[in-house]
Design a protein around this ligand. Structure first.
Ligand SMILES: Nc1nc2c(ncn2[C@@H]2O[C@H](COP(=O)(O)OP(=O)(O)OP(=O)(O)O)[C@@H](O)[C@H]2O)c(=O)[nH]1
Length: 367
């Protein structure tokens, strides 16, 4: 039986708080009963016994914090006994003794029973909680309710109605609503972790492990929205189809993985690479000018050309670069990078071509 949230220190704090409250209530009840003009045996036994027992549980919890769930369950079992004993004893006494009323005899424990049920539904997991709640209800509430139903005069007194409400509808509400709340909370937790997993999947390209196009687009939009200068590099492997055709698709996949991780290693933390399409990647370089962007692209180009991906003899890529200009949109910036890339391909591949700088011609370099 797996306890919920065993390591949660909030559970320990809650249990410690409740045990301390019970000790305090037990000590008060002990004092009140000793000072009362009439001494009833049960009242003289249960409160001090509960005070000592729950005090011992506090010490145990301090010494063995990891036993919190076990300690809470012992406290629940003791609580059930402490609530059931007066319920049965005073019900029997009121039934058997003419002129004696249960509403006068029963100590004010109906609200304690509701708190007890809440704790029970929290600390007993799954369906067992319902069985335990039904058992405790039969032990504590049933004799009192049966008595009240057989004694309508007491039932319709303020104390009788109060007992009826606490042991009847309120108890049922607690037992039904708490698991519903618990189920909803765990469903929300499951959905949140599922959403996180989906987000990771959406943001990572499953084959190469670099960012997905979705995340690349988002980062490009962010770069466009920022005032700081930034550049974009579009790179496309040369004659990749022939690598697939010659060596097979799995080798093609390995080439894509090697290119992606080779580029990633060369890029700084604030520079990001995403897989744009089949054998096409987009790099965003923040805080860069035209020569700097050219340098980054050139570094990537020569690194790819040196990549060892046996049995492929050499892998090369073509590059189109462009700086982001004021007023650019996603389409305009991608269009310029694409045009530069197209030019690099046209010129034989394995080269870097820069998109037109505003008011200037294009530049290029090749291996
Ligand atoms: N192995 C592998 N191949 C892919 C993947 N995605 C796309 N491709 C292949 O990439 C190839 C791209 O071919 P093309 O668009 O003709 O490009 P290319 O052969 O590189 O030609 P150029 O770009 O003009 O140099 C196609 O054969 C696709 O099947 C993938 O995930 N894995």
């Amino acid at each position: 039986m797996q306890a919920p949230d065993t390591d949660n220190r909030y559970v320990r704090i809650a249990v410690m708080f409740l045990l301390s409250l019970t000790v305090f209530a037990g000590a008060c009840a002990t004092a009140i009963h000793w000072l009362a003009p009439v001494h009833r045996t049960m009242d003289l036994i249960i409160p001090p016994a509960a005070t000592v027992l729950f005090g011992g549980l506090i010490v145990a919890l301090i010494r063995r914090p990891r036993w919190v769930i076990g300690i809470a369950r012992i406290a629940l079992a003791a609580g059930a006994l402490a609530l059931a004993a007066p319920a049965w004893l005073y019900t029997l006494q009121a039934t058997l003794t003419p002129g004696v009323q249960l509403i006068d005899l029963l100590p004010p424990v109906s609200s304690l029973f509701v708190v007890f049920l809440v704790m029970l539904m929290i600390f007993i997991p799954g369906r067992l909680a319902f069985f335990a709640a039904a058992l405790c209800w039969a032990l504590v509430a049933l004799p009192v309710l049966a008595y009240l139903l057989l004694h309508p005069l007491e039932l319709w007194s303020p104390r009788g109605s109060d007992l009826m409400m606490a042991y009847g509808p309120v108890s049922i509400l607690v037992v039904v609503l708490l698991p519903v709340q618990r189920g909803l909370a765990s469903k929300i937790r499951r959905l949140a972790s599922e959403r996180q997993r989906m987000e990771v999947m959406l943001h990572r390209d499953p084959l190469t492990g670099v960012q997905s196009r979705l995340l690349g687009e988002r980062m490009l939009r962010e770069a466009l929205a920022e005032a700081a200068p930034a550049g974009v590099i579009m790179l496309d492997l040369d004659r990749f189809k022939s690598i697939n055709d010659t060596y097979g698709h799995p080798v093609g996949d390995r080439v894509l993985q090697a290119v992606a991780s080779g580029c990633k290693e060369l890029l700084r933390e604030n520079e990001c690479i995403s897989r744009w399409g089949g054998e096409e990647f987009l790099v965003i370089v923040p805080n860069v000018d035209a020569p700097g962007l050219q340098q980054v692209a050139e570094r990537l180009r020569s690194a790819i050309a040196r990549l060892p991906v046996a049995p492929v003899r050499q892998v090369t890529a073509s590059f189109g670069t462009t700086l982001i200009r004021p007023g650019d949109t996603l389409d305009t910036v991608l269009q310029r990078a694409d045009q530069a890339l197209y030019r690099a391909k046209e010129l034989g591949g394995n080269r870097v071509e820069a998109g037109p700088v505003a008011g200037a011609g294009s530049t290029h370099s090749s291996g």
